[in-house]
Design a binder for this molecule. Sequence first.
Ligand SMILES: NC(=O)c1ccc[n+]([C@@H]2O[C@H](COP(=O)([O-])OP(=O)(O)OC[C@H]3O[C@@H](n4cnc5c(N)ncnc54)[C@H](O)[C@@H]3O)[C@@H](O)[C@H]2O)c1
Length: 317
Amino acid sequence: MKAVYQHQTVDILVKEGILSRLLEHLDPHRRYFIITDQIVHHFYHDYLDQIQNHDVFIMMSGEEQKNMDSILQICKEMLTKNYDRSDCIIALGGGVVIDTAGFVASIYKRGIDYINIPTSLMAQVDSSIGGKVGINYLGYKNQLGSFYHPLKILIDPLVLSTLNKQEMTSGMCEVMKYAILFDCDMYDALLHHQYQLMELIRKCVLYKVEVTTTDERDVGKRQLLNFGHTIGHAIEAKYQLPHGISIAYGMYYESRRQDVLDLLLSYGLDFSISFDGLEEYILKDKKRIKDQIMQVKILDIGKAILVEGDIHDYFTE
Ligand SMILES: NC(=O)c1ccc[n+]([C@@H]2O[C@H](COP(=O)([O-])OP(=O)(O)OC[C@H]3O[C@@H](n4cnc5c(N)ncnc54)[C@H](O)[C@@H]3O)[C@@H](O)[C@H]2O)c1
C-alpha cells in the first residue's frame, strides 16, 4: 500500500516474516543507523546482523525515555560515527522508539530518511503511521515535535508474539478506538472477541492512512483520532499507565457511553482507580488554543463528529 502525503509517499507493508527477510526491503548500498530499545533488542538483535553496514543505538525501554536527553545522545552518536544525509535511520520498536527516532530523523542535518519497523501493536496500528514525531517535555506529553514521514513502514505481526499481556491490551485499546469512531462491524467483532489479528491490523492501518492523507496537518478529520486523548494523555502523564490503556479511560470519560464502557470492560480494564488531580495535565494539552479545544463526540458506534468546546468542560462535568 502507498500512503501519499504532500511531501512524501510512504510504502506500507503488512506481512508476516518481514523481519526475518529484512534485506529484501532495504537498500544494500545504504548505511543504516538502527534505533531500538533494550527489550526489543533482546528479542530481535539476531535479525539485525543481516544488514551489512549499520550501527545500533539501544535506548532504555519506557515512556520516560521519550525525552530531549535521548534525542541529544542519539544525535551525538550519529555525528561521532559520521552519519550523513545519504544514510538512513531505522526505528525498530514500539511507539516510544518510533516517536523518538522520527524526531531525530526530522532534525538531524535538517532531516534524513528513516524507516519504521513497529514492534508493538500500538505502533503497528497507530504511532508508525502519519508522521507525527516528538518527545515529552517537563513531564507533559508530546510537547516538542514535528510532522515528518518515514520512507517505509514495515509491519510484521509475528513480532507481537513476544509482547506482554498489558502491552497487547494497550494496543487493543487503540484498535477499539478505530472501531468506536469508524466501524460498528469491527466493534461487534471486538465485543465478541471474534477477530483475526492480521485483519484488524490491516483495517486499522487503512483507517489511519485514509484519515492522515486526507488531513495531514491535523486541522480537520484527523482530530477525530484524538478521541480519548485529552483525558487519556493527562492520565498517562500523571499515573504512568501504558498509552493505550490511558486513552481507553479517556475514551470512556470523554464520551460517558455505556457501549464504550462495555467494550473496554470486556478487555479487562479496571475502572476503580481515581482520576482526581488531572486538571493541571488537561490544561497543558497541546491541542488547546486559548480555552478552546476540539472535542470528539460519538453520535453512535461508527459515527463521530468534532465539536468545539471549552477545555474546562472536561473537569467541570
Ligand atoms: N506518533 C503518533 O502518531 C503516536 C500515536 C500513538 C501513540 N504514540 C506514542 O506511542 C507511545 C506508546 O507506544 P507503545 O505502546 O508501543 O509503547 P512502548 O514503545 O513503550 O512499548 C511498550 C513496551 O513494549 C515493549 N515492546 C515493544 N515491542 C515489543 C515486542 N515485539 N516484544 C516484546 N516487547 C516489546 C517495549 O520495550 C516497551 O517496554 C507513546 O509515547 C505515545 O505517545 C504516538
